[in-house]
Design a protein around this ligand. Structure first.
Ligand code: BES
Ligand code: MN
Ligand code: ZN
Length: 506
């Protein structure tokens, strides 16, 4: 999808020759003398269109309007969340049709956050998975290939637009890899995807295989991988946007390319969805794609422990005790609690990078799906400053999370007679006990854990990866860079953060 941002008043939008025009109309719209204003006035007057969020009217050959198709979409109070919904619906109405280009314009002055939301919503609505479709399936790809965003003053919102574009690239990559089935997204293939990213400027990649991982002593990670015919990979991605000596933010993504549960095998229904169990890893790949685009002045390292969790003659068994990279021994009471086993070794590895912050991202617990559903990711962080920064980034990026507790009492159930720690506690507060397990390996740095089990993908009719939490993480990292970009490009570096434009009139 090609995107463009341009200054466009409503009368100019009416005169614009384009196959499709989407007009976003907020409550309290004041019609002027142009043809689009007249159309909105007529459509609201007749009751065919409401400016309330969800209002949608598709018309053809409207009088005085140069565009062939016009879609009016109500955005209610004009908030970014409403804009996102309206754009998704409007693009949905056009997607199946012949239009190859669309112009979106705002009937009222939008703020940067609304432009960000609209841009990401277009990109999201136009993504179609085709990687493993046959010839006929590939034809499903949408014809829409160009989107122009028209706002009264393009320069006022250009920073937000650019951030949305970079983020959209990352979200798309994350969705694509998470969607691919496990036989098309093996640990080796994920490593190749990371190596392909390293062809972009400022990105480097190093991949460790079974021998190196054994030599390091990542006994917990190895134990999960030992039941699979697929070799494990430990992926290290680096983005160098700041001076070499500057401490990096480290992102750790759970990369279980398929989670059968292992010997503690999962029931058959919906087990296919465990191909999404590398959603954390996919989001790390996506963030690096976005970093290459947005070039913030910050150093970031991505760590991805990637393997399958399979039952096998060689597989890890309940009761086995393994020795993690930290030296702590772990009694594996349930082989289905494998995410924390691969993550704990990656967290210990992160120590040697002398990080300023470590954030792990994992489809870790079914309990988190029960607690928060698909709306908010679970956030765990002992430090308030990091927790607040991630909460704020999530709100801003429309990729929200919710903080859950880390009281030490929750760790009681992890005690065992046979090792330093067990990998599961009781049935209660499963997301919290998983986080408490991880916390034992994250004592040496400022740390947060995002449980994305409910947000990384959708089930049912709309089954597919969401690309979350790429938006949240990119927003957070841009904030950490303080709006500075990696190298002074021609002229002054443009701030990559949100612009200071005023909120749309209600
Ligand atoms: N990948 C799953 C978590 C998961 C389950 C995510 C369902 C999304 C939907 C994870 O590896 C897992 O199996 N966790 C277990 C932990 C339990 C054995 C303590 C779970 O949540 O059931
Ligand atoms: Mn599992
Ligand atoms: Zn898992």
């Amino acid at each position: 999808m090609d995107f463009e941002l341009t200054s466009l008043r409503l009368d100019e939008a009416a005169a614009r020759k384009t196959p499709a025009l989407v007009v976003l109309v907020a409550d309290g719209f004041q019609p002027e003398g142009d043809a689009l204003s007249a159309l909105v006035r007529r459509a609201t007057g007749s009751g065919d269109f409401k400016t309330e969020a969800g209002g949608l009217l598709a018309t053809y050959g409207a009088e005085g309007v140069a565009a062939e198709r016009v879609v009016l979409a109500g955005v209610g109070d004009g908030s970014p969340a409403r804009v996102r919904k309206a754009v998704a619906a409007a693009i949905g109405a056009l997607r199946g049709g012949p239009a190859q280009a669309v112009t979106l314009c705002f009937a009222q002055v939008p703020d940067g956050a609304a432009v960000y939301a609209a841009t990401l919503a277009v990109a999201d609505a136009c993504y179609v998975y085709t990687a493993t479709k046959g010839k006929d399936g590939k034809k499903d790809a949408p014809k829409l290939a160009r989107a122009t965003l028209g706002v009264p003053d393009a320069d006022a919102v250009r920073g937000d637009f650019q951030q949305a574009l970079g983020t959209a690239r990352g979200v798309e990559l994350a969705r694509e890899w998470a969607n691919r089935p496990a036989n098309h997204a093996t640990p080796t293939m994920l490593a190749e995807a990371a190596q392909a990213l390293a062809r972009l400027p400022r990105i480097g990649c190093e991949v460790l295989g079974p021998k190196e991982v054994a030599k390091l002593g990542m006994g917990a990670f190895q134990a999960v991988a030992q039941g699979s015919a697929q070799e494990l990979r430990f992926i290290v991605l680096r983005y160098a946007g700041a001076a070499k000596g500057e401490a990096p933010v480290v992102l750790v993504g759970k990369g279980i390319t398929f989670d059968t549960g292992g010997i503690s095998i999962k029931p058959a229904p919906e087990m296919d969805e465990m191909k999404f169990d590398m959603g954390g890893a996919a989001s790390v790949l996506g963030v690096f794609r976005a970093l290459a685009e947005l070039k913030p002045a910050i150093n970031v390292v991505g760590l991805i422990p990637a393997c399958e969790n399979m039952p096998d003659g060689r597989a890890l068994k309940p009761g086995d005790v393994v020795t993690s990279l930290s030296g702590q021994t772990i009694e594996v009471l349930n082989t289905d609690a494998e995410g924390r086993l691969v993550l704990c070794d990656a967290l210990t590895y992160a120590e040697r990078l002398k990080p300023r912050t470590v954030i792990d991202i994992a489809t870790l617990t079914g309990a988190c799906v029960v607690a928060l559903g698909g709306v908010r990711s679970g956030l765990f962080a002992p430090g308030d400053a990091l927790a607040e920064a991630l909460l704020a980034a999530g709100e801003r990026a429309l990729d929200p999370c919710w903080r859950l507790p880390l009281d030490d009492e929750y760790a009681e159930g992890l005690k065992t007679h046979f090792a330093d720690v067990a990998n599961v506690a009781g049935r209660l507060a499963g997301s919290v006990t998983a986080a408490k397990f991880l916390q034992r390996f994250a004592g040496a740095f400022d740390w947060a854990h995002l449980d994305i089990a409910g947000t990384a993908w959708k089930s049912g009719a709309a089954k597919g990866a969401t690309g979350r939490p790429v938006g949240l993480l990119v927003q957070y990292l841009l904030g950490q860079a303080g709006g500075r970009t990696a190298a002074a490009r021609k002229g002054a570096a443009k701030p990559a953060g949100k612009g200071g434009a005023k909120r749309a009139r209600a």
